[in-house]
Design a protein around this ligand. Structure first.
Ligand code: NAI
Ligand code: MG
Length: 500
């Protein structure tokens, strides 16, 4: 038992009991694989804790638990309002434990505590409440055909869902996947990312306390190539939902083909932000800054590719630099005035620095930043907010997702050019347009190839509104009513009324 929990004291002085096992059948258990993951605080590079890492045998045990729970009357036959009640109870527990959850998130991921508490954890509560409300409002249709037929549809849960989440918003991503899956009556095996294994294990204790029957939610840590791949290939998993890189998404799609799993993917992006000469430049610079610099730039929808009309280009770049000076306070994420913490891991830190080198080599102009930031405690994976200008459309830094406090700013002449270049990408997650001309704003919203368009804002996500990608940014939608489609199968029933 002692091997399954550790007493920890976080850098902000908060003491709590951290589970470190695999959560299967509402209990923490050791991994049969014998493997472990040691997680690092990216702010000071010190170890936080070591957790059990699932291997394929452990995945199999978790899938069996989820299958058993799916068939069990205690879950299968529960009244839909009762199902919603469980999610509401979970939302309330998350609210009550918000501070410890935010503490773990900040410690393990490096994001500012104020954001972890006020946005991430608050968002988890919102998502669970929202889908709690849907649980008893999911219904089929009666479809009129001829007097001889009575036909109707039933929306049934898909079954056992495999859910694989990333490290940039660990708790949020868990809630986006668990909320709709549970509202629709599925059971799940969810795997956290190697870099951030801790907060979801604490959430597991709340899932049990909320009263979900054993096996309905199973939570594993484990390496992607091993535990992730075992979930994606498991023949008794009906659905796979993934958020992460496009490369891994493609891999998962292949793996999931073994038994033709239902799939939703939310992957990468290189989202454009277009600024027209009639825009409120001050506002445009403010949103363009937050749209890529928040969360240390580790945002799938980051508007990381800025296109500015030539006549206001220089002015915009100046305003952007001012925003960095004014807002981008780098520091200890537990401090109140910190805007930007470290990158999540050494690998991500090196990856971003690699793109900075690539930008320089390719001949773009490094306008600001471009170096590690060592003034926090001499350690940690901090990088100064970086702007590249004079960027050409064929450069790596213009085309690839960097996932750091890193932005490229390029100029355009005409509206047509802006649209063409905005769409000149294999991605299609988000896009922002800044203009005071409402006709132009809405027209462009139609022509942009992306799952979300913001007019005069950026990265404004809302649990009531569908979220997902066009092109190689994903398949399917999360959040909103649209998010339910990913977790239900529609069954058609034909009743012969003809008597012959
Ligand atoms: P990743 O996509 O490899 O990891 C995300 C999740 O997938 C993790 O839980 C991981 O364990 C799992 N995974 C990895 N390989 C797997 C496999 N073969 N089968 C099943 N599951 C697997 O992302 P990574 O390597 O951490 O980050 C690399 C880049 O990916 C980042 O620099 C960023 O550009 C992008 N990324 C995008 C995210 C988004 O929200 N769109 C989130 C995280 C990363
Ligand atoms: Mg960590």
């Amino acid at each position: 038992m002692s091997d399954l929990f550790v007493d920890l004291t976080a850098p902000n002085g908060r003491k709590y009991k951290q589970p470190i096992g695999l959560f299967i059948n509402n209990e923490f258990v050791g991994a049969k694989s014998g493997k472990k993951i040691t997680t690092i605080n990216p702010t000071d590079e010190r170890e936080i804790a070591t957790v059990h890492a699932a291997g394929s045998d452990d995945v199999d045990i978790a899938v069996k638990a989820a299958r058993k729970a799916f068939k069990d009357p205690s879950w299968r036959d529960v009244a839909t309002s009762t199902r919603g009640g469980l999610l509401n109870k979970l939302a309330k527990l998350v609210e009550e434990h918000a501070e410890v959850l935010a503490t773990i998130e900040t410690w393990d991921n490096g994001k500012p505590y104020s954001v972890a508490l006020g946005e991430d954890v608050k968002g988890v509560v919102d998502v669970f409440r929202y889908y709690a409300g849907w649980a008893d409002k999911i219904h089929g249709q009666v479809i009129d055909t001829t007097p001889n037929k009575f036909a109707y549809t039933i929306r049934e849960p898909v079954g056992v869902c495999g859910q694989i989440i990333p490290w940039n918003y660990p708790l949020s991503m868990a809630s986006w996947k668990l909320g709709p899956a549970l509202a629709c009556g599925n059971t799940t095996v969810i795997k956290a990312a190697e870099q951030t294994p801790l907060s979801i294990l604490y959430l597991a204790t709340l899932i049990k306390e909320a009263g979900f029957p054993p096996g309905v939610v199973n939570i594993l840590n484990g390496y992607g190539q091993e535990a992730g791949a075992a979930i994606a290939t498991h023949p008794d998993v009906d659905k796979i939902a993934f958020t992460g890189s496009t490369a891994t998404g493609r891999q998962i799609m292949k793996l999931a083909s073994v038994n033709m799993k239902n799939i939703t993917l939310e992957t990468g992006g290189k989202s454009p932000l277009i600024v027209f000469d009639d825009a409120n430049l001050e506002q445009a610079a403010k949103w363009a800054h937050s749209g890529v610099m928040e969360n240390s730039g580790q945002i799938c929808t980051a508007t990381s590719r800025i296109l500015v009309q030539d006549v206001v280009y220089d002015k915009f770049v100046e305003l952007y630099k001012e925003k960095i000076k004014l807002i981008s306070k780098i520091g200890d994420p537990f401090k109140d005035d910190t805007f930007q913490g470290p990158q999540v891991s050494k690998a991500q830190y090196e990856r971003v620095l690699g793109y900075i080198e690539a930008g320089k080599k390719e001949g773009a102009t490094l306008t600001t930043g471009g170096v590690p930031y060592k003034d926090v405690n001499g350690k940690g994976f901090f990088i100064e907010p970086t702007i590249f200008t004079n960027v050409k459309d064929n450069m790596t830094i213009y085309r690839e997702e960097v996932f750091g406090p890193f932005v490229v700013i390029s100029s355009f002449k005409t509206e047509e050019e802006a649209i063409d270049r905005a769409n000149d990408t294999t991605y299609g997650l988000g896009a922002a347009v800044f203009t005071q001309n409402i006709t132009r704003g809405h027209k462009i919203a139609r022509r942009i190839e992306s799952g979300t368009v913001w007019i005069n804002s950026s990265n404004d996500s809302d649990f009531r509104i569908p979220f997902g990608g066009f092109k190689q940014s994903g398949i399917g939608r999360e959040l909103g009513e649209a998010g339910l489609a990913a977790y239900t199968n529609t069954k058609a029933v034909h009743v012969n009324l003809s008597g012959c």
